[in-house]
Design a protein around this ligand. Sequence first.
Ligand SMILES: [Zn+2]
Length: 133
Amino acid sequence: MKNYEIKYLRNKLLNEQQKVESQLAQAKTYNFGADRPIGNSIGELSTYDNHPADLGTETFEQEKYVAIRNQQLEYLGDIRDSLQRIEKGTYGICAYCGAEIGFERLDSYPTAKLCIGCQKGEKEEEIETNIVY
Ligand SMILES: [Zn+2]
């Protein structure tokens, strides 16, 4: 990959990093967070008729929130990892076969660690192991 291509992708990663970090910071200010015990966010007024269905919705919302948050944290980890690989000069090289991942693939998927061939192989394996006979 050319130097200017790496520079371009580095900028892209830095922008993404900033975006995800601010999303995570914003999420912290929401009224219900991952560390907040269930029940607190329902409010005192409704505690006298605590309908199980309401609690179910509450738990579901919280689980969804935690799942999104975990996804964002994982993505942020991938972004930081990619930036580190740029520093080390190993960015854009397939972690499995050592081939160049290619600019076009990295442009649409800047945190890619595998070339498209290895990624496909991995996906097919995943699908195969998920088949229930
Ligand atoms: Zn590969």
